[in-house]
Design a protein around this ligand. Structure first.
Ligand SMILES: *[C@@H]1O[C@H](CO)[C@@H](O)[C@H](O)[C@H]1NC(C)=O
Ligand SMILES: *[C@@H]1O[C@H](CO)[C@@H](O)[C@H](O)[C@H]1NC(C)=O
Length: 223
């Protein structure tokens, strides 16, 4: 009996401590903390507006039925419903995005430093995947998704989505942060300002410096 009680205590303690360790956005300490997006003072997130000044529109956004413009080099665009679009998301640890893909367009390899992503396909056919870390041999976990399918991209891992159909594709994704952040790998590595030295990148990518210069040039057009 004592052993069982001790066991339950350990489980409870573990769940409490692990919820502290694994909750990426801090838990709210009040009902609402609608972001004052105009304040120059920042905390870890935004400071809260006075509750008396809060309205329903602070928790509202329209337009997720509208496709965004995908006429760009990768044939992809994203519509955000993050804390900057919905101030009421401040401190709540979730957000939403709409992803539009031109035929054969792609959301290039990228990572969200602060969020896990769960995505569902509304229209079209997507080839998606994420790559495990070095420790797990950079294993690629990938799948073809059809309308209605749901897929998860774990926090921090490099992932991509590509439209493999000849019609536009649409997906909606939820993220476990009010401000997930995006690091697009190619833009970060080859398009940093100032550029990372081509000596560094030539060794890292095991190619000639000319190849690096060529890649860097792609991200410096109109920069
Ligand atoms: C994404 O779509 C919006 C709305 O259609 C547009 O204003 C913006 O320029 C587009 N961005 C890119 C990178 O194509
Ligand atoms: C990674 O590779 C090592 C060496 O080949 C192997 O022992 C290990 O099982 C692999 N791990 C995974 C997760 O594939």
């Amino acid at each position: 009996m004592m052993k069982m009680v001790a066991h339950i205590l350990v489980v409870v303690l573990f769940s409490i401590t692990s919820s502290l360790v694994y909750a990426y956005d801090p838990s709210p300490l009040q009902d609402i903390c609608v972001a004052d997006l105009n304040s120059k003072v920042l905390v870890n997130g935004f400071i809260c507006k006075a509750v008396e000044e809060v309205t329903a529109n602070d928790f509202f956004l329209s337009g997720f039925d509208k496709p965004s413009n995908t006429m760009n080099k990768v044939g992809f665009n994203v519509t955000n419903a993050l804390v900057n679009q919905i101030p009421g998301l401040n401190t709540l640890g979730v957000s939403l995005v709409r992803l539009d893909f031109a035929p054969y367009g792609e959301n290039p390899p990228h990572t969200h430093p602060r969020a896990t992503e769960i995505l569902t396909v509304l229209e079209g056919k997507l080839y998606v995947g994420f790559v495990l870390s070095n420790q797990n041999n950079n294993t690629l976990i990938s799948k073809v998704l059809n309308k209605g399918d749901v897929f998860v991209f774990p926090i921090g891992l490099i992932h991509f989505q590509a439209n493999i159909g000849h019609t536009p594709a649409v997906a909606i994704a939820a993220l476990s942060s009010q401000n997930p952040g995006v690091i697009t790998i190619a833009n970060s590595v080859f398009g940093s300002k100032p550029p990372i030295s081509d000596d560094i990148l030539a060794k890292a990518f095991q190619v000639d410096k000319k190849v690096i210069d060529y890649l860097q040039a792609q991200f410096w057009v109109n920069a």
